[in-house]
Design a protein around this ligand. Sequence first.
Ligand SMILES: [Zn+2]
Length: 89
Amino acid sequence: MSYDFRNPTHLYHENGIVKSRLADMIHTNTCMHCRKRNEILVNNLDFSRWRDAGEYIQDVFTWLTTDQREVLQTGIHPKCWEQLFPESD
Ligand SMILES: [Zn+2]
């Protein structure tokens, strides 16, 4: 599955093509539940703030939902998360 998790404020349009002012990278991970591989497009500066500089993911990737941050962090899809940890009430 592919995702575009680039910071929308870094994006601009040029000749109808969406471009980023920052260098981009593709982060890959695998969902431990369905074993599907994810290809996640991110700005590499944002990514290194989180992974190398140790900032909290919610402080760097402020535009992502909790589910999207989970995909970036662990690769687990929202649907798969529900199956792994069914809510018990
Ligand atoms: Zn999955």
